[in-house]
Design a binder for this molecule. Sequence first.
Ligand SMILES: Cc1ncc(COP(=O)(O)O)c(C=O)c1O
Length: 430
Amino acid sequence: MAVADTRPWWERDADVCWHPYTQHGQAEGLLAIRGAAGAWLELADGRKILDAVSSWWACLHGHGHPQLVAAIAKQAATLDHVLFAGCTHEPAVRLAERLCAVAPAGLTRAFYSDDGSTAVEVALKACYAAAARRGEQGRTLFLALEGGYHGDTFGAMAVGDPDPFFREYGDLMFQVERMPADVGALEALMAARGAEAAALIVEPIVQGAAGMASVPPAFLQAARRLCDEHGVLLIADEVMTGFGRTGTLFACEQAGISPDALCLSKGLTGGMLPLAATLFSEAIFEAFRSDDRSRMFFHGHTFTGHAIGCAVALASLDVVEAEGTPARMEANGRRIEAGLRSALEEGDDLAWRRFGGIVAVELAGESGYLSEVGPRLKAACRELSPDVLLRPLGRVLYAMPPACTTEAECDLIATRMAAIVQSVRHPESA
Ligand SMILES: Cc1ncc(COP(=O)(O)O)c(C=O)c1O
């Protein structure tokens, strides 16, 4: 008879789980989480740790927001899930109406999927086929930004920066030309290859995985103008920035532009359930509408338009409006930045960035995700910040806590970040 494994579940993890973005060949203690409320995660041993990274940038209001929990329970008891081909339901329709109403002008159709990567796949496939259906068969190229990250499925990988995540799959990718977020570089690329391009994809205002790098409004305005001039569609990936993270409901608002396709996920459900929506212009939708079945958009996922996901997204939008989420994010970001600035002496070895509720400090050293500064920052996070969860991106330490984070909690985040940065800057005095 097999002997029962009496180890607690967090010790059994190592035998059966394969974690994302984790090198299992290196010892890296896991945090065993048994619960969450507001800005705090609760560990299996009863300790609490503040979720300063919003659980991979998803948790928008705070964990377990009662309005969202109630919406899930109510919808689950009414209609859990039904296929969205040949069927429809009220949460999906109401959510599409609300998203189109609050999104930048000109986006009139919502296509639902599951997560950020699928939101991007949907945008890429629809834009590519829409260009071909205009009779422009030669548009087989996509344009993207250096440092961009759009997800881990193949299309999303292809438009993402290959270094270091996707290099291994390079032989399998379609054609993408990349440039820095610089107007001159985009002008040159459009002049050289605009006629071959189906779409340009950008993370507006801030590129997350690149280390919270800036994509300035002037670049986005030029992108809109040049896309129009060259017949290229513009895709805004607001999977991270959507729903108030950067201090406005959508980051595109800061440049006053409307894309042709807008990718949303993460904060769409307040971070509670996986759901995505890609919003499109009517012109793109019309490229697929005909009386010919062979010209439909051949794309769909089992859980497209998931009813519970849509219901919680509607509740989340109510909370965004009632609680003023973008303004809260802005206030939190300002508070964290002020705390950090007063705790850290300025120096050439530090660069600062803040976008609404996202605050980043970049240290000197090798750039990129595999920067040698990264492991030192990570070790310092573990040692010096047992009560604030922070995960550096290469040599960049950042925070983007949920909107419910209090002033005192923002100050705690700033204190911990400052201690971590100081210890890596001046290891001799640590
Ligand atoms: C800008 C952006 N796009 C797309 C994605 C992919 O989202 P997901 O991990 O939900 O597939 C991410 C994830 O971090 C992201 O930051």
